[in-house]
Design a protein around this ligand. Structure first.
Ligand SMILES: C[S@@+](CC[C@H](N)C(=O)[O-])C[C@H]1O[C@@H](n2cnc3c(N)ncnc32)[C@H](O)[C@@H]1O
Length: 391
């Protein structure tokens, strides 16, 4: 592909990605994979170059752009060489019109920026929300220690956390195939430690998804005790079983829940868990580094729906905790209505619950819990709080 044809390919992809973001369609990665699946003539260098252009444009634009062309014009602003590639030749984008408008640069849609600022995120912290994310792994203590990985840097604050050079093909490592390591953001590892899960306990990971935190809990428990992993999403939960096998985690039982009727599948766990971890579904404002187009998908309605589900899930979780046990509430969002506000509302509505002070190796106290941010902690953004049921 010529450099101009790569720009046109990025424009076409951005058109498809913005439409999908507007209509709750496929994720950007899926769209890009499908696009190149249908264009076998594009070599690996072309694919990489186009992908980089697309993601650079997505990161640069807070608001969903009107068109892929407006997005690429924003990327080309101040870059004479790139602007010259808009030359109207075969497979190239049309020449830039005198009064043609580029999309406006920014971190996020204005209404979400307003919410982030109101949630105490300083304006200087905002750009880090869309930086490129590092590649972190967790060493799985249930397996023999893996061989050193070239270029890996230990994250000393967190046991078993390492940061790898970007682009490391983790899945090709023997240690990965043997289950000796998992890809997991250091922040995700840190918030999971708030559960203080230990050998012999009865622990529930209520919103387990594909089990990122479940596997960390199983390792913390040294494979002793009972760990129940539940979710309402069959496809996600089904990915946990092979991961657990690879990781040698033998104490995990999985159960699929019916949304709104979760307790029907959980009656035998009522009032009996030492800890229930709720990694609640959320807007993901703390994970835009990995998934920058997600900020184009949010709407006020969607956030309101998530806030409702979070509160319902907390009610389910609370019914499972034994007297003296704990409920660990986590969201990978930096919006207070999903984090600190959600926990404060629970405490106000439920007598007999108190907040534990958390001693985590990162983050800053925020309301009833602790908040990690990309700018302050070089991790994804999280809010975590640990609530304790009275004895
Ligand atoms: C943030 S994700 C979990 C990520 C996972 N814990 C990890 O560490 O990889 C939130 C999960 O909550 C699940 N969920 C949504 N509503 C739920 C409900 N009512 N009960 C249990 N899980 C629910 C979603 O399907 C999703 O997998």
């Amino acid at each position: 592909m010529t450099p101009s044809a790569r720009i046109q390919a990025a424009i076409d992809l951005l058109d498809a990605i913005t439409a999908a973001a507007r209509d709750s369609g496929a994720a950007a990665d899926t769209i890009i994979a499908k696009y190149f699946g249908q264009r076998r003539y594009a070599g690996s260098k072309d694919r990489r170059a186009v992908r980089e252009l697309v993601y650079a444009a997505i990161r640069m634009l807070g608001e969903r752009p009107e068109s892929g062309r407006a997005a690429m014009l924003a990327l080309a602003e101040g870059d004479a060489e790139m602007r010259a590639l808009f030359d109207g030749s075969a497979h190239a984008p049309a020449a830039i019109g005198a009064d043609e408008k580029a999309a406006v640069r920014g971190v996020a849609p204005a209404w979400i920026v307003k919410k982030l600022l109101a949630s105490g995120i300083a304006a200087e912290e905002l750009p880090a929300l869309i930086d490129r994310a590092p590649l972190d792994i967790r060493i799985n203590r249930l397996k023999p220690a893996p061989a050193p990985i070239e270029g890996a840097q230990e994250i000393t604050a967190v046991d078993g956390a390492w940061r790898l050079p970007s682009g490391t093909n983790v899945e090709a490592l023997e240690a990965f195939r043997e289950g000796a390591l998992e890809v997991q953001d250091a922040g995700s590892q840190i918030v999971a430690t708030a559960a203080e899960a230990s050998a012999g306990q009865r622990v529930v990971d209520l919103c387990a998804g594909a089990g990122g935190k479940t596997l960390a809990l199983a390792a913390a428990m040294g494979n002793q005790g009972v760990l129940l992993a539940t979710d309402t999403d069959r496809a996600r939960l089904s990915r946990l079983t092979p991961r657990a096998e690879r990781a040698g985690a033998t104490i995990i039982e999985t159960r699929l829940l019916n949304p709104g009727r979760e307790m029907e599948a959980l009656e035998d766990w009522a009032d009996s868990a030492d800890c229930v971890l709720v990694d609640a579904p959320c807007s993901g404002t703390g994970t835009w580094r990995r998934n920058p187009e997600a900020r184009w998908r949010l709407t006020p309605d969607r956030i309101a729906r998530l806030v409702r589900v979070q509160s319902e899930v907390m009610t389910v979780a609370a019914a499972l905790v034994k007297p003296g046990g704990t409920l660990v509430y986590i969201v990978c969002s930096l919006l207070d209505e999903e984090g600190a506000g959600q926990v404060s509302a629970f405490l106000a509505a439920n007598a007999g619950w108190t907040i534990d002070t958390l001693a985590l190796p990162a983050g800053r106290p925020h309301g009833p819990g602790v908040r990690l941010t990309p700018a302050h902690d070089a991790t994804d953004g999280f809010f975590v709080a640990r609530l304790r049921r009275a004895c």
